[in-house]
Design a binder for this molecule. Structure first.
Ligand code: SF4
Length: 382
């Protein structure tokens, strides 16, 4: 029998269920556990947005689901596309708060950068998100929901808007290949929900990503880093280092560095129980005249040499209210050269989406109202 229709506010958002909870819930309906697997495949692998699309469920089962539950992904408020193809999505949560996600197409991959908090607890002075103080943590389904929402946009682009998912549709269709938690917020300050989200992203019945294709970035919360590295997710870790002395790190990342100064942070990285052929990535935002001298580069090689790591140099992405400037190309190349000569793997991150404030350190749900500064593309940006 089909249960009585609940009102929209009484209905459960089925996307808030972890896979074990989904199994328990279908049990309360008197259904067999395989129904949960069927539902999870529709919701995550195929990206269905209505129970109606689940055509291999009986009509009664679909009507039962629709009476009791909804599928409430995040709402897209606006989208912007950069000249380089990067796309920024402003997404609205069920309480009206807003976050940003950024889709970055590259030759061999399509990466989605997702947020883990609305605003941030930390106060890195080179980051636009820091200006938007922490409003709240995202729940696991809101983190996963960013991937689902953007994945659905891609599905609609390929198949035409309004196309329904089909049972015969492959479990994974061409879409996002990598996920990085480098959007708004400090992921490890929201570790419980981030862990649940990562497990859902990597579960075969979830989004099915390999953990190798997911990277979590931290400003350096040492106890949470240890917990994450010893935890169940096996995702990659990247550490936002950005300075080679505590004096500079205290100035640009005051809260986190006073809690966990460089020696503690680097000791935790050295002891990290990394899976085979995996490294920690150190992100190093280059700020002109602050941390970009040859002496900084030499100190950096000494600090990271004992650690299984690579270094990713990120030339600062300017925004209007920032006191910092991006170093010249010559300075950036010279800095990289010092690392390479010391046999440290060092890459330069291409700045993507600077013209729409979608680049690293430029995210804020207030930024849609904060005009970007004009962008001159550097030699290696093209
Ligand atoms: S860089 Fe990351 S941790 Fe620091 S303020 Fe920005 S979002 Fe927060």
């Amino acid at each position: 029998m089909i249960p009585q229709q609940l009102t929209p506010t009484e209905k459960i958002n089925i996307l808030t269920f972890s896979l074990p909870k989904l199994t328990a819930w279908v049990g309360t309906l008197g259904w067999k556990p395989y129904r949960a697997k069927q539902l999870a495949t529709w919701l995550y692998a195929k990206g269905a947005q209505s129970f109606d699309e689940m055509t291999d469920l009986s009509k009664v089962a679909r009507e039962t689901l629709a009476a009791l539950a909804t599928i409430w992904p995040l709402q897209i408020v606006s989208q912007q596309k950069s000249l380089d193809g990067t796309e920024k999505f402003l997404l609205q949560l069920s309480d009206g708060k807003r976050i940003e996600s950024v889709l970055i197409p590259e030759e061999d991959r399509l990466t989605l950068c997702v947020s883990s908090q609305v605003g941030c607890t930390l106060d890195c002075s080179f980051c636009l998100t820091a200006q938007q103080k922490l409003q709240r943590n995202l729940s696991a389904h809101e983190i996963v929901g960013q991937v689902l929402t953007v994945q659905r946009v891609l599905f609609d682009r390929i198949n035409g808007e309004g196309t329904r998912c089909r049972p015969s549709q492959p479990a994974t269709y061409p879409g996002i290949t990598n996920v990085v938690l480098m959007g708004m917020g400090e992921p490890l300050a929201n570790l419980t929900q981030v862990t649940e989200a990562l497990l859902q992203m990597t579960a075969p019945l979830g989004l099915g990503f390999s953990p190798r294709r997911i990277t979590v970035s931290t400003a350096g919360l040492v106890p949470q880093m240890r917990e994450f590295l010893n935890g169940p997710t096996r995702a990659n870790l990247s550490v936002s280092l950005n300075a080679t002395t505590n004096r500079v790190r205290d100035a640009i990342m005051p809260t986190v560095n006073r809690l966990y100064p460089l020696d503690q942070l680097l000791a935790a990285c050295k002891e990290a129980p990394l899976p085979k052929r995996r490294n920690i990535t150190f992100e190093y935002v280059l700020l002109s005249g602050i941390n970009d001298t040859p002496e900084d580069a030499v100190r950096l090689t000494r600090l990271v040499a004992p650690i299984r790591c690579k270094v990713n140099l990120i030339p600062f992405n300017e925004f209007q209210s920032s006191p910092y400037r991006r170093p010249s190309d010559a300075t950036i190349f010279k800095f990289q050269e010092v690392l390479l000569r010391a046999k440290i793997t060092a890459t330069r991150r291409k700045s993507r989406g600077r013209d729409i404030l979608a680049a690293c350190g430029q995210l804020s749900s207030l930024a849609f109202h904060n005009p970007p500064i004009s962008v001159e593309h550097n030699a290696y940006d093209t």
